[in-house]
Design a protein around this ligand. Structure first.
Ligand SMILES: NC(=O)c1ccc[n+]([C@@H]2O[C@H](COP(=O)([O-])OP(=O)(O)OC[C@H]3O[C@@H](n4cnc5c(N)ncnc54)[C@H](O)[C@@H]3O)[C@@H](O)[C@H]2O)c1
Length: 248
């Protein structure tokens, strides 16, 4: 590997939007560390990148576990000597309504969707600040921007909180060459939405002004832009990629 290739950690990079982000990075010569709780899927994604001439490795990590995050960042620095980009993409959906959700489910969703993003950012910021260049991108959600309808309060609260967390970190590191931004996808064609009923899917499609769901590649292109040199003056921003569902 050439020393000047940028290195990205993509949490939840084995499937869906994360996998599309890894592919977008590979197309731009960025090396990806695919950090996922599903190691088999992460290894399959890494093999696909290598087959197409890119560079990627898989690391099993549960973002809800701070020890896993510390190990992930340590292994990345040990192998590549740098971390340039972190995409806090790993997330789970929760549809349980506010009047039925148990404390355990609330904690589980917040641990993965929110806590993991803070501690991954904390660890990745150490090498980024030392090298004076870095890009952190949070993957929030339309639900966190608008309140959500079909999804539950733990998901909505975790995704809304990511926006505040990203802005806090953006301000803290603004003078260092590191930017921190958020992408808020609308409903996108991945496994995460398989839990919706056919009726819910018809309602979701009907409500989207452009008349269709998003594609993972469309989210990935926005992330790749924010992770590039061209986006150096954008920090603390939220980019809505949602077919016109929410125009903040
Ligand atoms: N698909 C959508 O409609 C949509 C809309 C808005 C936001 N999002 C957000 O985009 C992100 C990616 O979602 P997706 O649609 O690609 O989902 P997905 O289920 O297809 O992929 C999620 C990935 O995260 C991994 N993952 C789950 N828990 C993890 C954990 N604890 N540690 C590490 N990895 C873990 C999974 O194994 C999987 O590879 C999520 O944060 C999601 O909330 C998705």
């Amino acid at each position: 590997m050439e020393n000047n290739r940028r290195v990205a950690i993509v949490t939840g990079g084995a499937k869906g939007i994360g996998r599309a982000i890894v592919a977008a990075f590979a197309g731009r010569g960025v090396v990806s560390v695919i950090a996922d709780i599903d190691l088999d899927a992460a290894e399959a994604a890494a093999r696909e990148v290598r087959r197409s001439g890119g560079e990627a490795i898989a690391v099993r990590a549960d973002v809800a576990c701070v020890d896993d995050i510390v190990r992930l960042v340590g292994e990345t620095v040990a192998r590549y000597g740098r971390i340039d980009i972190l995409v806090n993409n790993a997330g789970i959906l929760s549809n349980t309504p506010y009047d039925r959700i148990a404390e355990t489910e609330w904690d589980h969703v917040l641990d993965i969707n929110l806590k993991g993003a803070l501690f991954a950012s904390r660890e990745a910021l150490k090498p980024m600040l030392a090298q004076g260049w870095g890009r952190i991108v949070f993957i929030s959600s339309l639900a966190g921007r608008s309140g959500g309808v079909s999804v539950g309060p733990a998901y909505v609260a975790s995704k809304a909180a990511l926006v505040g967390l990203a802005r806090h970190l953006a301000k803290k590191v603004a003078r260092s060459g590191v930017t921190v931004n958020t992408v808020a996808p609308g409903t996108t064609e991945t496994d995460i939405i398989k839990g919706f009923t056919d009726d819910e899917m018809v309602a979701i499609n009907d409500a989207i002004p452009v008349g269709r769901l998003g594609k993972p590649e469309e989210i990935a292109e926005t992330v790749a832009f924010l992770a590039s040199d061209s986006a150096a003056f954008i920090t603390g921003a939220v980019i809505d990629v949602n077919g016109g569902m929410y125009m903040g």
